[in-house]
Design a protein around this ligand. Structure first.
Ligand code: SF4
Length: 203
């Protein structure tokens, strides 16, 4: 748990200021000024580690919010990023762009300004990038897909024969050719399939 009395000692939210618009439009830097880590730690200490943390329900990702609030409060930033990445692949995006429904769901918000969850989140990931803790985790290489011939035959299907399938392309096969289809002996359906107009099409 963060500071059990944190929300009694610090009752106001403190967030980074937005840089002036006329300055921001001149560059591609952050919209907000940096907030010092001491302030972020104090804000995280306001988390009450609720028995039923409604922030979890508010977060579409189910972020482990009380856990990383506690880790930030205890200055364990390395473990905080591990807990954050456990449910969120891109906190550098959500920590800047998410409308933070978690804060609207925060229980502390009932009678005080809610915990600055979103700012704690972006502070964790920014620190992790600075420290080089964010590393690619490529998935283990998937085993090669079995070739169709080695795949087991589906249940109930005839056993695969080792002899190769008959070659239907060479002229010596018994498939009916167009002239054969037109002969008087060809079945009505083969004539219909061969599209000859002499025979009435089956209704
Ligand atoms: S609801 Fe608010 S106070 Fe409760 S655990 Fe979540 S962030 Fe902390």
């Amino acid at each position: 748990m963060a500071d059990p009395k944190g929300f009694l000692k610090i009752t106001e939210r403190e967030l980074p200021q937005h840089r002036p618009v006329d300055v921001r439009i001149q560059d591609w830097r952050e919209v907000q000024e940096d907030l010092d880590r001491g302030t972020v730690t104090k804000q995280a200490s306001r988390c009450m580690d609720c028995g039923i943390p409604f922030c979890h329900n508010g977060c579409p990702l189910g972020n482990l919010i009380p856990e990383w609030n506690h880790l930030v409060y205890t200055h364990d930033w390395a473990e905080a990023i591990e807990r954050l990445h456990a449910t969120n692949n891109f906190p550098e995006f959500t920590g800047r762009l998410c409308p933070a429904p978690c804060e609207s769901a925060c229980v502390l918000g009932i009678n005080q300004p809610a915990v600055t969850i979103k700012n704690v989140e972006v502070s964790i990931i920014d620190r992790a990038w600075e420290e080089g803790w964010v590393r690619p985790l490529p998935p283990p290489t998937a085993p090669a897909a079995p070739s169709p011939s080695s795949a087991p035959a589906p249940p109930g299907s005839p056993p695969r024969s080792s002899s190769p399938a008959p070659d239907t392309t060479s002229p010596s096969t018994s498939a009916p050719t167009a002239s054969a289809a037109c002969s008087a002996t060809a079945s009505p359906s083969s004539r219909w399939r061969s599209g000859t107009s002499t025979a009435a099409s089956p209704r």
